[in-house]
Ligand binder design. Structure first.
Ligand SMILES: Cc1ncc(COP(=O)(O)O)c(C=O)c1O
Length: 450
């Protein structure tokens, strides 16, 4: 009898609930009652906030700096020197100082910085570069762009990042370098990886697109490898819409990097008005990967508020972590205690059971936040398709050969069990974190009960 009543209510919910009316809704999926049950349970929890933090958030100095650049007479590094210091130079200096690294060469994208890093290493055409299977496609496509072959390695199941063990499985006699990605919200164990790679003569590049300011025993991500590559694309914690940077301690590489970034030109030490600030130093053939001056001005402003945003976001994440601790799930990525500074990008919440697409949809409806699922590992990604470019043919052949029998079970597990939440959600008030943890915990319970 009771059962019939419940089913009537569930049916009523399916038909009338305004949250279940879009094409994406699948009321007959594996958890057809998830939304309904959750909504009942959640009435007992704290209220959701009236609104969630927006993203991006312009810094107080964003407008004055961008306006200043707008009227500066210089919109590009390849402009005539007029006595004014470029925001691009100022950003390079501030970002290097923030990271505790000697040099920063700003770029238009992280993808370009990755290409430059690989070109700067001067590897033989067709050499192999190990990249994690769990990353944005640019980590691997940059390898092709540099005339090299990416080899997709599995990731550590607890951190989602490369480890010496997973790198070892991808090595061949042609391996020349490794690109380590600090994925989502945790850092890879760089000291161990650097030691492992050093012993085998492999260069290490850090893809730090998702980890501005993260630190391992006080040392910032991006400063362990020969080069660190950052993205300042719209969604990143430090953003100017589209932008990037390459950092290094290698003073002997700076001119080469600048030339790779600005069509074989590098900065003059003493520019004169009426003269280009870039001189044709021409030691290596470059490309135009320069960061625009309006974007650089915006970055200078956004960098000023990054530490405060990190502090708020990280405190909320640690609260979230503590609220979920001790419950029987869901899981968060393992955070090594040696990582003493967090930098959140997309926070994976791992549900060992259930369909993560369905869970993401349900959490999105319940909270008003955008929960989504990770893209598949790169071996299955629709975005990594070198065979569509004839110029890459020899590299593609080797790539396909190398991956014929290669599986990435840990990356596959994470992408099919995690839901992701953008870091901006954690710029909320701490009360909202209590609400969020409650929803996530109850979702887990509901999925488990089935
Ligand atoms: C890990 C990783 N690498 C590289 C990139 C590419 O960055 P960009 O869009 O600045 O080229 C991204 C962008 O999301 C990324 O997440």
């Amino acid at each position: 009898m009771t059962r019939a009543v419940v089913n009537d209510r569930q049916l009523h919910c399916w038909r009338s609930c305004s949250l279940l009316t879009t094409d994406n809704d699948r009321p007959y999926g594996p958890f057809p009652f998830l939304d309904y049950r959750m909504r009942r349970k959640l009435s007992a929890l704290t209220e959701p906030p009236a609104s969630w933090p927006s993203w991006p958030q312009p810094a107080p100095n964003a407008e004055p700096y961008v306006l200043d650049a707008l009227h500066s007479g210089r919109w590009a590094i390849s402009s005539m020197y007029n006595g004014r210091r470029l925001y691009e130079r100022r950003f390079a200096e501030s970002f290097a100082s923030y990271l505790g690294v000697r040099h920063c060469v700003p770029t238009d994208h992280c993808s370009s910085a990755l290409v430059m890093a690989l070109e700067a290493l001067d590897l033989e055409n067709g050499s192999e570069v190990v990249v994690p299977a769990l990353t944005w496609v640019a980590t691997a496509s940059a390898v092709f762009r540099a005339g090299l072959v990416p080899v997709l390695a599995d990731v550590d199941p607890r951190t989602g990042t490369l480890s010496p063990e997973t790198i070892a499985e991808a090595l061949t006699p042609s391996t020349a370098a490794v690109i380590v990605v600090h994925w989502a919200c945790v850092m890879a164990d760089m000291p161990t990886i650097i030691e492992f790679a050093g012993a085998r003569g492999l260069a290490v590049v850090e893809d730090t697109a998702q980890a501005h300011g993260a630190a391992w025993q006080g040392r910032r991500a991006g400063t362990f490898g020969t080069f660190g590559c950052f993205s300042m694309q719209h969604a990143k914690v430090l953003s100017c819409g589209e932008g990037g940077a390459l950092v290094t301690d290698r003073t002997d590489m700076v001119q080469r990097l600048e030339e790779l970034r600005a069509d074989s030109r590098s900065y003059r030490s003493t520019p004169h008005p009426g003269q280009l600030e870039l001189a044709e130093t021409t030691s290596v053939m470059g490309s135009n990967f320069g960061l625009g001056e309006l974007n650089a001005a915006l970055l200078c402003a956004q960098l000023e508020i990054l530490p405060e945003q990190h502090a708020r976001r990280n405190a909320n994440y640690l609260l979230f972590e503590s609220l979920l601790a001790g419950s029987s799930g869901p899981d968060l990525l393992h955070r090594d205690p040696r990582q003493d500074q967090l930098s959140l990008y997309e926070i994976p919440i791992i549900f060992p059971e259930g369909d993560n697409n369905e869970i993401a949809r349900s959490l999105t409806k319940l909270t008003g936040l955008n929960f989504h699922t990770p893209r598949p590992p790169l071996g299955q990604s629709r975005l990594l398709q070198p065979w569509t470019k004839k110029t890459l043919s020899p590299l593609t052949r080797r790539f396909l050969e190398l991956h014929r029998d290669r599986a990435h079970p840990n990356a596959t597990h994470l992408t099919s069990h995690a839901v992701l939440l953008h870091h901006s959600a954690f710029l909320c008030a701490p009360e909202a974190v209590h609400y969020l943890a409650g929803v996530v915990r109850e979702t887990m319970e509901t999925v488990r009960v089935g």
